[in-house]
Design a protein around this ligand. Structure first.
Ligand code: HEC
Length: 156
């Protein structure tokens, strides 16, 4: 008899915690839908930014030689405004891969001006930094290498 009661109690706990999770995910996703609608973005764009990257990329393990190419590009094209660990003209970039998706980071690199006009997160950063990131003439391959460099630097 006791065994059954314990079983029932556990089942109830398990069921309520599942329900909670469901309603949380539902309310998060409906909040995101509202936010996307408010800014005239699709849900994909809200999560991954606005620009030439329009679908999820296949991102595997960190590729060191690609990251090293990215490091050179970073020194040439980004370091005048960004440091890894401190705010400069733009935000510190170590750890950016934890707050943004890979596609978001590439869209920011490839399309910064539209991003700060249309994306709520980029708009916030523009307001904080009072400076517009400008397009640095990077190709999509360059942006992928820069992403790899940022992934590598964010991993330690
Ligand atoms: C002229 C200065 C400038 C240059 C050059 C520049 N950035 Fe930025 N960057 C900024 C500013 C300022 C922001 C914040 C958004 C804004 O105000 O435009 C930003 C934002 C970003 C973000 C978004 C960070 C986040 O938390 O969402 C990424 C990623 C980024 N820059 C990467 C780069 C890379 C990579 C390069 C080199 C190709 C680069 N930036 C070149 C100034 C610059």
């Amino acid at each position: 008899m006791h065994k059954y009661i314990i079983y029932i109690v556990f089942t109830l706990i398990a069921l309520t915690s599942c329900n909670n999770n469901d309603s949380e995910t539902n309310s998060n996703s409906s909040a995101n839908e509202k936010l996307a609608e408010k800014f005239g973005l699709t849900l994909f764009e809200l999560e991954n930014g606005v620009g030439p990257i329009k679908s999820k990329l296949q991102i595997g393990e960190i590729n060191n030689s690609l990251a090293e190419q990215g490091r050179k590009l970073f020194d040439e094209k980004c370091a005048q405004c960004h440091k890894l660990d401190e705010r400069y003209t733009g935000p510190a970039l170590r750890g950016v891969t934890e707050r943004r998706t890979p596609e978001y980071i590439m869209n920011m690199i490839l399309n910064p001006e539209e991003m700060t006009k249309r994306h709520p997160e980029a708009k916030k950063l523009l307001a904080i930094h009072a400076n517009q990131m400008t397009f640095q003439n990077v190709t999509q391959e360059n942006a992928r290498a820069l992403l790899e460099f940022l992934r590598m630097e964010s991993s330690h």
